[in-house]
Ligand binder design. Structure first.
Ligand SMILES: O=P(O)(O)OC[C@H]1O[C@H](O)[C@H](O)[C@@H](O)[C@@H]1O
Length: 304
């Protein structure tokens, strides 16, 4: 069976791409991708302390941020909105060929609590399409305005890419700590020359002057209007990811760092070196969507 709602876990959709043995798992809660495996490796990070009982957004995988990024004064919504904490509808398999398998999930205001509907009183339809090939994962969100007034929103695919710990051979004298491959050794390219808002430094705006962005300590940056066709995450040992975005403007790079990790209840103390969030979305400015209009944006991630 290529894609099914698991019988043992009826809240999870499992997808298998038969030709390559690539696979993915998606929780109906938040339509959160919690696993993506290619070539025998897990490519998404999920915290060892992630809460999976639908009482909190899943810490890891790909939560869907909508209709606000962070919080916004004018809406009494939870941080990053309601899409990642709502139960989505399973719409089924859309395509299934030797090359790819594609499935869809939907969310409309009818699925929201009264409090959320009151906080964001718009009629909308979200459709989330997840496509899997041998080495690629594509996630695309479309937002349809089904109401009689225009509305504004932000959205983001909050992707936690896995950075596996591997031991890198180095010359003697051997020191274990020097040989660990973790987030401090990755390089991100494709952001050079772009303005970013540094959320760790009181939202100061700077221009990225590095060819290769590295992660040392806490990093939380919103790169705005990123025009480069691809962001490349090089894990330093011949692997990594290429992230291509369509229809969205911005890219957030986030790692919580050692100190803050200890203060986050659903992040294990030693989890932070094992992920990098490269999050594509439209968050620098609000997207205005007129009555009857549909907006579409998303990403394609290739595992190297
Ligand atoms: O803790 P969460 O609500 O899941 O947010 C996790 C992170 O999301 C984004 O990456 C933001 O830029 C960060 O400022 C935030 O800390």
């Amino acid at each position: 069976m290529p894609a099914l709602l698991s019988h043992s876990q009826p809240h999870i959709v499992s997808i298998h791409h038969a030709a390559s043995a690539a696979s993915a798992e998606i929780y109906l809660y938040g339509a959160t991708l919690s696993s993506w495996k290619t070539k025998g490796k897990e490519r998404l990070f999920v915290s060892t302390k992630a809460i999976l009982d639908e009482s909190k957004a899943i810490r890891g995988g790909i939560p869907v941020v909508f209709p606000v990024f962070g919080t916004q004064e004018q809406f009494n919504l939870p941080q990053h909105g309601f899409a990642r904490i709502s139960k989505w509808e399973w719409l089924g398999i859309i395509t299934e060929t030797d090359e790819e398998i594609s499935v869809q999930f939907g969310l409309g205001e009818a699925k929201l609590t009264d409090a959320l509907r009151l906080a964001w009183p718009n009629s909308f339809r979200l459709t989330y399409t997840v496509t899997l090939t041998a080495d690629m994962l594509k996630t695309v969100l479309s937002v349809k305005n089904e109401g009689s007034n225009a509305f504004e929103f932000n959205t983001l695919l909050h992707t936690y890419l896995s950075v596996p710990l591997v031991i890198v051979p180095t010359p003697l004298p051997f020191r274990f700590d020097r040989n660990l491959q973790d987030v401090s050794r990755i390089h991100i390219s494709g952001l050079t020359g772009h303005t970013f808002v540094d959320k760790v430094a009181a939202n100061a705006r700077h221009v990225e002057d590095r060819e290769l962005v590295t992660i040392q300590g806490e990093v939380d940056r919103v790169y705005v209007d990123v025009q480069t066709p691809e962001i490349r995450v090089d894990d330093g040992v011949g692997g990594g990811y290429v992230v291509r975005k369509t229809g969205v403007r911005d890219t957030v790079v986030w790692n919580i760092g050692a100190e803050k990790a200890r203060t986050m209840a659903d992040m294990g103390d030693n989890d932070w070196p094992h992920y990098i969030c490269v999050e594509v979305g439209s968050v620098g400015e609000l997207v205005l969507l007129g009555r009857g209009e549909t907006w579409t944006g998303g990403q394609t991630i290739t595992a190297l």
